[in-house]
Write a protein that binds this ligand. Structure first.
Ligand SMILES: Nc1nc2c(c(=O)[nH]1)N[C@H]1C(S)=C(S)[C@@H](COP(=O)(O)O)O[C@H]1N2
Ligand SMILES: [Mo]
Length: 251
């Protein structure tokens, strides 16, 4: 089973790897989305067969932690909103949680630390073809969802980030509720026992154990519960998904 699974994963990742350079803007060329679209359908079907919704990502030991957790994508958000928070060492930071919830909230990092949290050493796989292992500590996203009370019509959690990829085009990502409630899905404030460094998403980022790097939204400013993400960005559920990457980025 493991062999078959890694064979399929290699086959899929190999295809994607040949066709795009990864998480950089080269993949915005016109052929990228079309070709990836085909791999995506296949990957989603394979994932549905191989990955039960309860499956856990592999966890590692302290000896496996990479000496440097390589940053990628935005490493210093350029927006005035982020720069203002950074100037005050994030003391004024509050995570906005709204949309289809009973009790919209503004949560400081200290507020989040009062919810159920978890520490996990997991591997980060970027679609570009490199991996690093890091130790994360953060609130269970499920605990945050329970804190605000999710409306029955809600189907997705959208993460709005504080960095612009292009003018007025913030990074964003989304998960369905089952992935959002997975026990390894965290809103992390610590990396390797230190407050999250700016290049890795300070003050708060998403960690999803079973999906690729671009799902791991950094610099989260707002979490919105929605019925559909069709009206957000270009409607594909994330910044990279809008450039043609698959929405379910299973590893
Ligand atoms: N807000 C935001 N989140 C982001 C990105 C980004 O550019 N902006 N890049 C993504 C990609 S492609 C990867 S591989 C990881 C990199 O996380 P790291 O910088 O901690 O290695 O963040 C993801 N989350
Ligand atoms: Mo990535």
């Amino acid at each position: 089973m493991t062999d078959r699974r890694s064979f399929l994963r290699m086959a899929i990742m190999g295809t994607a790897g040949l066709l795009v350079a990864g998480c950089d803007r080269i993949s915005q060329s016109s052929w990228g989305p079309k070709v990836l679209g085909k791999a995506e359908g296949l990957n989603r079907r394979v994932q549905a067969l191989l990955a039960p919704s309860s499956a856990m990502a592999q966890e590692f030991s302290a000896a496996d932690i990479s000496p440097v957790f390589r940053p990628n994508g935005t490493v210093m958000p350029n927006t005035p909103a982020y720069q203002a928070l950074l100037a005050n060492q994030f003391r004024d930071y509050k995570l906005q949680v709204d949309g289809l919830v009973s009790r919209p909230a503004m949560l400081s990092i200290d507020d989040l630390k009062k919810l159920d949290s978890r520490t996990q050493i997991t591997r980060h796989d970027c679609v570009e073809g490199w991996s690093v292992i890091g130790k994360w500590q953060g609130a269970l996203l499920s605990a945050v969802l329970d804190h605000v009370g999710v409306d029955p019509q809600a189907r997705f959690v959208v993460f709005h980030c504080l960095d612009d990829m292009e003018a007025d085009t913030p990074y964003y990502e989304s998960l369905d509720l089952s992935e959002a409630r997975h026990p390894q899905t965290l809103l992390a404030w610590n990396l390797n026992d230190q407050p999250l460094p700016v290049p890795n998403g300070a003050p708060l980022r998403l960690r999803v154990g079973r999906q690729l790097g671009y799902k791991q939204a950094k610099y989260i400013g707002r979490i919105e519960l929605v019925r559909s993400f069709a009206d957000i960005g270009d409607g594909n559920g994330g910044y990279w998904e809008d450039q043609g990457y698959e929405w379910y980025a299973g590893i």
